[in-house]
Design a protein around this ligand. Structure first.
Ligand code: MG
Length: 407
């Protein structure tokens, strides 16, 4: 039998044959900001996913804190491994619900790309520094990163991702009233693919933060017996695999927590889609409440686990000490670069000054060659800091503030 290579049209047929009626189809995408011809054999969202994996901000997530700084050991989650866990769980959910897997994966791979160094403490520090200049939100920074700041293609700034992947940053942000969100305002509620990533994000971090906190000795298995979700997952493990203890027990309970949540998420989401009589993407867009979510029982169990994590892990003195340090470091760098912009690497300085001048405000309405709108100095410094890894921020701090004549 002869084999003809698949085309874009074949892919559309494949999606029509496989996807649920409420899944997003590539043929219906609102497309890219800078129109591009279809690739001969890679689909729209597949290209988005691959562009994200190839970009600089994606690789930098290796060096960004999820909860624990990179230096405490070599195997707790970083921003990147968290992202990979979210992506594969989200893909499982998408496949089972017959949603668009490639779109789901692209959204998941990009969902934390805008996180600054030092986790949420870093975000709070930058938000504080940029008060009066629009503040800082990792979702909106993620959007700017993929729209403007990544420099990879000669014909357009950023990654030129599809509308649906870009939109997920905005729908996930608490600042959807910001001016850069205007183009997404009329599109209605988030797609199911974006809702899946949002919910799976919390599923993944509740579980892996518990696992990491155990691994690092912040909490003990004994203490977790006071958390109903953990205790009941442990009982389930005891029933199907009795006699486990220590690490094998811990990993079995973590696995049980994951599969319990995923199964519940699939059942509850299927139920909601049926109850709300969702028959297409338009129904998803106009739904009055989230369609992807957990049952009331799991929501309550998760809330209990989250309370425990907040009290015993996220506010553990070693975590707070680390975050206070990261915050101080970013604030010091921000103040120093704003006071002495000539210390910025030229590429970043030029985003503020335009052309060749070293200092001074840009002419009004000035736009750079790659069409980036010119930004205020504070925004330029904020973007520079937000793009750093933990290690690079620490190194820049040492270069700027510790006695050294290193170049
Ligand atoms: Mg996340």
């Amino acid at each position: 039998m002869s084999h003809t290579p698949p085309t874009t049209a074949d892919w559309y047929d494949h999606e029509d044959g496989w996807l649920a009626p409420y899944a997003m189809r590539s043929a219906l995408s609102r497309g890219r900001r800078h129109p591009e011809p279809d690739h001969p054999y890679r689909s729209l969202y597949q290209r988005d996913r691959e562009r994200i994996v190839h970009c600089t901000a994606f690789r930098r997530m290796t060096g960004k804190t999820q909860v624990f700084v990179a230096s405490v050991n070599d195997h707790h989650r970083t921003r990147l491994t968290h992202t990979l866990e979210v992506t594969q769980i989200a893909r499982t959910v998408a496949r089972r619900l017959r949603l668009n897997e490639e779109l789901t994966e692209a959204i998941a791979l990009a969902h934390d790309i805008g996180h600054p160094p030092f986790g949420h403490a870093g975000e709070a520090a930058l938000d504080d520094c940029l008060k009066g200049h629009g503040g800082f939100d990792h979702n909106l920074f993620g959007l700017r990163r993929v729209d403007e700041l990544e420099e990879r293609y000669p014909d357009f700034p950023g990654l030129n991702l599809s509308f649906e992947v870009r939109e997920a940053f905005v729908k996930h942000s608490g600042r959807a009233d910001a001016p850069e969100c205007a183009e997404f305002r009329g599109s209605g509620g988030p797609l199911l693919e974006a809702q899946v990533v949002d919910v799976v994000d919390s599923l993944a971090y509740d579980t892996h933060d518990t696992d990491d906190a155990l691994g690092l000795g912040f909490i003990t298995l004994d203490e977790l017996t006071g958390v109903e979700f953990w205790r009941r997952a442990a009982e389930r493990v005891g029933r199907h695999t009795p006699g486990l203890s220590g690490n094998p027990f811990r990993t079995a309970v973590v696995r049980e927590l994951l599969s319990w949540q995923v199964t519940d998420l699939l059942d509850e989401t299927t139920r909601r889609i049926a109850t709300a009589n969702v028959r297409g993407v338009d129904d998803v867009r106009s739904a009055s409440a989230a369609l992807v979510g957990f049952s009331a029982e799991i929501r309550q169990l998760k809330a209990g686990l989250e309370r425990f994590l907040r009290e015993r892990v996220y506010s553990h003195h070693r975590v707070l000490r680390m975050t206070a340090n990261g915050k101080r470091l970013l604030q010091a760098l921000f103040a120093e670069y704003v006071r002495s912009p000539e210390l910025l690497p030229e590429k970043h300085l030029r985003r503020w000054t335009g052309a060749d001048a070293l200092v001074g405000p840009p002419p009004p309405g000035w736009v750079t060659a790659n069409r980036q709108p010119l930004s205020g100095l504070e925004r330029v410094v904020g973007d520079y800091l937000a793009g750093m890894t933990d290690r690079y921020a620490q190194q820049e701090y040492r270069h700027l503030f510790l006695p050294s004549t290193e170049l």
